[in-house]
Design a protein around this ligand. Sequence first.
Ligand SMILES: *[C@@H]1O[C@H](CO)[C@@H](O)[C@H](O)[C@H]1NC(C)=O
Ligand SMILES: *[C@@H]1O[C@H](CO)[C@@H](O)[C@H](O)[C@H]1NC(C)=O
Ligand SMILES: *[C@@H]1O[C@H](CO)[C@@H](O)[C@H](O)[C@H]1NC(C)=O
Length: 418
Amino acid sequence: MSIATSTFFISLLHLFYLLPTISSQIDHLLSYSGNQGQWHLLQSSIGISAMHMQLLHTNKVIMFDRTDFGASNISLPGGQCRHDPNDTTLQLDCTAHSVLYDIGTNTFRPLTVETDPWCSSGSVLPDGTLVQTGGYNDGDRAVRTFSPCNDDSCDWHEEPNYLLTRRWYATNQILPDGRVIIVGGRRQFNYEFYPRGSSSSTVWLELLRQTIDVEDENNLYPFLHLLPDGNLFIFANTKSILFSYKQNAVVREFPGIADKEPRNYPSTGSSVLLPLDENRPFLEAEIVICGGAPRGSRELAANGSFVDALGTCGRIKVNEANPNWVMEDMPIPRAMGDMLILPNGDVLILNGVGLGTAGWELGRDPVTTPVIYRPSEFPERRFKVMAESKRPRLYHSSAVLVTDGRVLVGGSNPAYVL
Ligand SMILES: *[C@@H]1O[C@H](CO)[C@@H](O)[C@H](O)[C@H]1NC(C)=O
Ligand SMILES: *[C@@H]1O[C@H](CO)[C@@H](O)[C@H](O)[C@H]1NC(C)=O
Ligand SMILES: *[C@@H]1O[C@H](CO)[C@@H](O)[C@H](O)[C@H]1NC(C)=O
């Protein structure tokens, strides 16, 4: 889940890269002015699976996986080892679970992350520092920071007990004042801020309690977007609100998404705030949410029955007096997709599955064909199907736009077995 902006104008080449199978490979992609683009494998192994990725201002991408999954295929720097008697898999671990990838030189080096960042969440501060919060086990209250540098001296700094509560599958958003709001997480119907300042308790968020499905949850990793009016758009399951974090107040409630199907983990669709047109007198904010899995999919998948992913996108103009969801059909149904805004304002939808749901080995039928969504085209001309990748990217995969307009793709863990 990363939203990157680029200062580059669109050029003829748009490349995807990839990191595959427990996937420690790197691949690349496409050019799409009039064609379908292309994929290129960048690295056959970076030693870890890129479950999470974030572009940094040094033209490097930080990547990391969970720490409790056994040994990776890259050693910790300087012959270090991590001794963790509570680790469920490997108590003495001399391998790294994070790397820093240099886009310009196509090289990488291992980093040291000790607290488990599995299904954590992050934001980049105005000074370029990545703040990654929460995770699992010994990482569920951790705050980890990574301040990029121009040599090889920088590494993670970790504060294991910084958060006010545990956060697993929460969502973060950078705010105009430089703070980060951290919303939700498993069994957390509340939010908090980084830095935490003088606050000693979290703030209740009723939307998260209202939207939890008894069996499947379907409201984890809520979608969060900061809007031009300074409020937050928050979407969980099928419901969404305009929320003032300054006053801790729901400003308005939007209608439920029209097909009434859930969109958040483990249903796991994806969402973007479309680029704002600053030439207009009034900044019109529009949200698009695509894909996911129908209600009940997780329990069915756990019983061996993998149902079709959702084939729809919902689009809403949140500033309108009476906003409504307009539904559109994607050419390919998809759960666990990633949506990225490209430098020309188009949206790329990639990765994921056509059957089943997010969660450990609950997805089937990998969707290896990305599609482009062109928001300002006539409705029947909005979608364009792109070149197929050879590498499935399912649960725990990631994609990020990089500074030259290519898209870097990695991860998928556990490995998809053909
Ligand atoms: C390490 O390499 C082995 C052998 O190629 C592979 O099976 C395994 O999935 C790799 N693990 C990671 C974390 O990349
Ligand atoms: C291991 O877990 C126990 C119980 O949660 C905790 O008290 C202890 O500090 C942990 N040890 C380490 C080295 O993290
Ligand atoms: C899944 O299997 C369990 C055990 O057989 C059963 O009780 C449950 O109803 C099944 N759920 C679905 C959605 O089929």
